[in-house]
Design a protein around this ligand. Structure first.
Ligand code: SAH
Length: 593
């Protein structure tokens, strides 16, 4: 979806969004939409704009002004964020107290702290009529009445009204289903329940009665396959960096109790055992755990590594173990957060990591964001459809704008310095903070006018031997072709590992600085299996040197599947050579799945 703000003209809402109440006048349809929204008694009270010191004769006029002038529709945001009465009141008071810009207000995700703060229940201005309207209060009961009518609609207007009521019901039912799914999977932990049923040896008919679809089943199933582990293990940048960190820090791992969250084949546990760990708990909820058990035995490390099959959220450590010294995990997904496995790792941290001295490995990840010319990828994914044996099949390329594309872009295609849109310090970040909005300013480095087709996102990963945050000025280590680390540390099928101290890539810059090991999934590095995540723009940006693209990057777990992501990018382009040109904000929404 792509929409442009601010609108200079508000499109009348489509017929299915409101009831047509006045059969005689189609001109009044737009106003009738507002009638659903603002109750009559409040309509005529003076009301202030949300963004300016201007007062209007009615709520309706104030809201319409904010929408036409500032592109902010209270009705749209209330429905997009499914705001209940209290959250909407907080939103209104927050805008009135904190004076955000309209684009900041449009960019809200619903997860901002003020939505749950009591402070914003207090009216920012006395007797604010905006706080007293209850949107759609009436429409529910009117819909019920409409749907209870037995007779067939007598004319086109009543048919339209009936359809509109049905569509609202359907929308509500869909929304309820999403909540219901989430509720059921959260409360019942269906994956765990399925395992319990297996243990109870209940009959197949009982199995069939249990709804097994949840966001986990398919997920863990995909990790049962060999191929996915083979791809990860052969990703040299990834595996060699973990090996390097673990094997070159015997002081950290010697005699430590380690937890490997999501052990897969058990590779990180094997490294930890080799580095001198006293005990390693290797946890995985997928069938791969059985392979890991076998692998641990085959390598004579079953006296040190214990594989525990189950979701880390559900497992208990064996008698005598409450806490671990180190949690090592390779949880990163496309665009870093796809798969949402980090939530599980943070859960493990909170339950099992020694509170003060515990080390998270990795300890930090940064999400990086930049302008990307991406013309080759554009041709490959979109452009080529426009001329197929002389026919225009470009309709086929349209969906690409709604989905993030995972692919490798060359470093020469990056047209700005990257900015950090999220800095995740694993020591204290919370699962809630993984839904976020982040402002960005990108300055084009294109030497001549260039068509920028996309934004590119990637992540850098850091390990510190103490688990503390990296110093601000730490550069990530960029793996290059022919890099000895990739060849030597990781001899697939080769000679046994020679324990030795390896270069950390990042020289230690002074006493007291933590020892840092890192890798990048960015375009400058040897490609990893994460590649880069590309967000194509419906309308490319024409950028020359110094063109500024500023905006807001928003990411949150998808409502439909908590392992998928919804990304929204709001941006505005400022050309230094024509500073007065359009200040239009463009918004594009993407799924990462
Ligand atoms: N550590 C391995 C595998 C990484 S892939 C390696 O580096 O090669 C991630 C693994 O985590 C998968 O095998 C998946 O099944 C497991 N996993 C993901 N979420 C989990 C959870 N909540 N509990 C247990 N295992 C989980």
């Amino acid at each position: 979806m792509s929409l442009k703000l601010p609108a200079t003209h508000i499109e009348p809402p489509p017929a299915d969004e409101h009831e047509v109440q006045d059969e005689s006048s189609s001109d009044e349809d737009d106003d009738q939409a507002w009638d659903d929204w603002v109750s009559d008694s409040l309509e005529k009270r003076p009301c202030k704009s949300l963004f300016e010191d201007k007062t209007f004769d009615s709520v309706q006029e104030a809201l319409a002004y904010d929408e036409t002038t500032h592109g902010f529709s209270l009705k749209d945001i209330s429905s997009r964020l499914s705001l209940d009465l209290y959250r909407r009141i907080r939103l209104i008071n927050w805008i009135r107290k904190e004076h955000p810009s309209p684009s900041e207000a449009v960019a809200l995700t619903g997860s901002e702290e003020f939505f749950s703060s009591d402070e914003y229940l207090k009216p920012a201005i006395e007797d604010d009529p905006l706080l007293q309207i209850a949107p759609d209060d009436s429409s529910d009961s009117e819909d019920e009445a409409e749907l209870e009518k037995q007779e067939a609609p007598k004319d086109i207007t009543s048919a339209t009204r009936r359809i509109a009521a049905l569509q609202r019901k359907l929308q509500q039912a869909k929304q309820d289903l999403v909540y219901y799914r989430r509720f059921v999977s959260e409360r019942l932990n269906l994956a765990g329940l399925a395992d319990e049923l297996k243990n109870l040896d209940v009959s197949p008919t009982t199995h069939a009665a249990v709804p097994l679809r949840d966001d986990d089943s398919h997920y863990f199933q995909s990790y049962a396959e060999n191929d996915i582990h083979s791809v990860m293990i052969q990703d040299k940048v990834r595996t060699a960096t973990y090996a390097k960190f673990i094997l070159s820090n015997p002081d950290v791992f010697r005699d430590a109790v380690v937890m490997d969250v999501g052990c897969g084949t058990g590779i990180l546990s094997l490294f930890a055992a080799k580095a001198g760990a006293k005990r390693v708990f290797a946890i995985d909820a997928s069938d791969i755990a059985e392979k890991a058990t076998q692998i641990v035995k085959d390598n004579d490390l079953d006296n040190i590594i214990t594989v525990i099959r189950g979701k880390v959220e559900d497992i208990k450590l064996p008698e005598g173990y409450d806490h671990v010294d180190i949690i090592v995990s390779e949880w990163m997904g496309y665009a870093l957060l796809y798969e949402s496995m980090l939530d599980s790792v943070l859960n493990a941290r909170d339950r099992f990591l020694k509170p003060d001295s515990g080390v998270m490995a990795p300890s930090q990840c940064k999400m990086m964001f930049a302008l990307c010319e991406a013309s080759e990828l554009f041709k490959e994914r979109i452009g080529f459809w426009s001329d197929i044996y002389g026919f225009d099949l470009s309709a086929m390329g349209k969906d690409v704008y709604d989905e993030a594309i995972v692919d490798v872009v060359g470093s020469e295609t990056v047209m700005s310095e990257p900015v950090v849109v999220k800095d995740l310090y694993l020591g204290n970040i919370t699962a809630k903070q993984l839904d976020f909005s982040s402002p960005f300013t990108l300055v084009s480095t294109a030497e001549r006018k260039t068509k920028i087709h996309a934004f590119v996102l990637y992540f850098d990963t850091f390990f510190t031997h103490t688990g503390e945050p990296i110093p601000e000025d730490t550069d990530v280590y960029i793996a290059r072709d022919g890099d000895p680390i990739l060849a030597e540390v990781w001899p697939v099928g080769g000679r046994p590992h020679q324990p030795r101290r390896m270069s950390t890539g990042e020289p230690l810059k002074g006493k007291g600085r933590p020892k840092v090991t890192s890798f990048s999934t960015g375009p400058a590095s040897v490609p990893t299996h994460w590649k880069q995540t590309v967000f194509f723009l419906r309308e490319p940006i024409m950028a020359g040197e110094g063109t500024v693209v500023e905006g807001i990057f928003k990411l949150r777990k998808s409502n439909d599947n908590s392992r998928e992501l919804d990304v929204e990018i709001h941006y505005r382009v400022q050309d230094p050579e024509a500073p007065s040109t359009s200040n239009e904000v463009t918004v594009q929404c993407y799924k990462v799945r």
